[in-house]
Design a protein around this ligand. Sequence first.
Ligand code: HEC
Length: 227
Amino acid sequence: MNLKSIYVMGLCVVLLSACQKDEDSQVNLIDQELEQVLKDASGGTGKGFYVLPYSNEFDKIPHDPRNIITQAKIDLGALLFHETGIGLSPKHSSNIGNYSCATCHFASAGFQAGRHQGISDGGIGFGINGEGRQLNPEYDLSELDVQPVRTPSALNIAYQEAILWNGQFGAVGVNAGTEASWTVGTPKAKNYLGYQGTETQAIAGQDVHRLRMNDTVCVKPQLSPAF
Ligand code: HEC
């Protein structure tokens, strides 16, 4: 290797490391800016504001004072969320007991549906992670329980004040005073019960998703002790 090429190679190394430094300081600047924005938005608490409590620190998890969180309710709720026995109001009786909240929101899909559009009543099959759920040939498209948007995650919903993309569920907080939009005869009228968003969504979801509780379900061996 002659002197000239050694000189050129050396120059390249210097230039490249200078670029790297520039990039590093750019990244540092962005980090600092982001950190500042987060601090400003934390209402004076600092970064600690964004640390979620552990799932057993019930008093630190936002909840409706009319529905205090207890371990017993969590255990029962986890069962009911997955309970196909409350799939009692399908459009076709052959589909009784074939769906639940978890048909569209299940853990291994991050509590989403595992496909672009969740299908509850009117769907058939599941696949490995929801991708195999299809239209039940017995159903007309207009009879399906599907929503016009992708199923979002139901995870950490306690931290969301108004529920659904349009924020329609929840009677308090940002939704206080929006009674004019709580149209009677639609799921939104459940806001008149006065609960926060999470409760209102779960109550309205029973009708929307064709679920129903009855005494037979309550006395199921796995459920009755939980009740
Ligand atoms: C047919 C599929 C389907 C079923 C069954 C279903 N969901 Fe959903 N869920 C959705 C879709 C789609 C949305 C978003 C709707 C919107 O924002 O307009 C949603 C929204 C939600 C949200 C709010 C998420 C957010 O970010 O606002 C929660 C919480 C939730 N569902 C819980 C439940 C519970 C509890 C049940 C059972 C009672 C249930 N879901 C049954 C599809 C479903």
